[in-house]
Design a binder for this molecule. Structure first.
Ligand SMILES: Nc1ncnc2c1ncn2[C@@H]1O[C@H](COP(=O)(O)OP(=O)(O)OP(=O)(O)O)[C@@H](O)[C@H]1O
Ligand SMILES: [Mg+2]
Length: 278
């Protein structure tokens, strides 16, 4: 069942002549993880803003087409109401920090406070998130004193706190080291198991290969490819759109060629090489 869908979306920023999103259509199914790749300025963040209703509400400009959340156009929801359904972790974590709370703990609770969630439920949830995001040591710190990567974790925890059905993550690991990046993907896996639908903009294709059900590829504002992860990320033709293939996939294609099932992960590569007798 589709939970959110875009139909023939075209968008032009105010005072611009060229559309930055062109004829994009797709439907997200509940409980799936979608990886979104595309070179810089290909329109990934713009697309996230459209899905969350910030475009056209805040950015204005000209939006054509239809965005539907649960069989109702998102223009029929008010933007605050949508916050409870569609979580959004911004590309720049500095934008996300509220600036009105003195501790990480309160920052994570802030969105829930705004939604009027009862105090005991709120503290229980924040406590759980502190553990899930491994923020125990930081919980009493001022959010502004955190590193970029730590802010990114707190921002994501604040989004997850609202328990939205769809979670849009715009490059959530851009400022994180490899260990914390893996942790975020583990959290994505946890959210998927909890039935959430995840729209994950991310350049790290090696990890997308492991965790995503489907991949969307944007190029110059167009959705040039969409499909099962194993199909899209094993297809050399995506290189023309200036995105990468997983390292092991590239290695396999060079060594063996397009024989059998092209592997996307280290484990799959071992299996495939054994099978091919290389
Ligand atoms: N507020 C704005 N006003 C006008 N043009 C904009 C605005 N924001 C983005 N753009 C343009 O829209 C296009 C898509 O930008 P967008 O930020 O959506 O791409 P992106 O794929 O998220 O890029 P990145 O990988 O750098 O985050 C770019 O050409 C960009 O210059
Ligand atoms: Mg972006």
């Amino acid at each position: 069942m589709s939970i959110l869908s875009l139909k023939n979306i075209n968008y032009c920023y105010p005072l611009e002549n060229e559309p930055v999103i062109q004829d994009v259509s797709f439907a997200l199914e509940k409980g799936k993880v979608y990886g979104v790749i595309g070179e810089n300025e290909s329109g990934k963040t713009t697309l996230c803003n459209i899905m969350r209703g910030f475009i056209p509400n805040l950015y204005k400009g000209t939006l054509r087409g239809e965005v539907t959340f649960k069989d109702k156009s998102i223009s029929e929801y008010n933007i605050g109401e949508l916050a409870a359904h569609i979580g959004y972790s911004f590309q720049n974590p500095f934008t996300q920090i509220s600036g009105v709370k003195d501790t990480v703990y309160e920052e994570i609770a802030y969105g829930m406070e705004n939604l009027g969630i009862p105090r005991d439920k709120m503290t229980q949830r924040v406590d759980e998130l502190i553990v899930l995001f491994q923020l125990e040591k930081l919980k009493d710190q001022n959010p502004f004193e955190l590193s970029g990567g730590q802010k990114q974790l707190v921002a994501l925890a604040s989004v997850v706190a609202l328990d939205p059905e769809i979670i849009i993550l715009d490059e959530p690991t851009s400022q994180l080291d490899p260990k914390s990046t893996e942790d975020i993907f583990q959290i994505v896996e946890y959210l998927k198991k909890a039935g959430k639908t995840i729209f994950l903009v991310e350049h790290k294709v090696d990890l997308l290969a492991e965790y995503c059900d489907e991949i969307f590829l944007l190029y110059d504002g167009r959705l040039v490819m969409q499909g099962k992860t194993a199909e899209v990320l094993s297809d050399e033709s995506i290189l023309q759109y200036r995105v990468q293939l997983p390292q092991v996939t590239l290695f396999y294609l060079k060594l063996v060629g397009k024989k059998g099932k092209v592997p996307l992960t280290v484990a799959e590569t071992f299996k495939a090489l054994k099978g091919s007798g290389e």
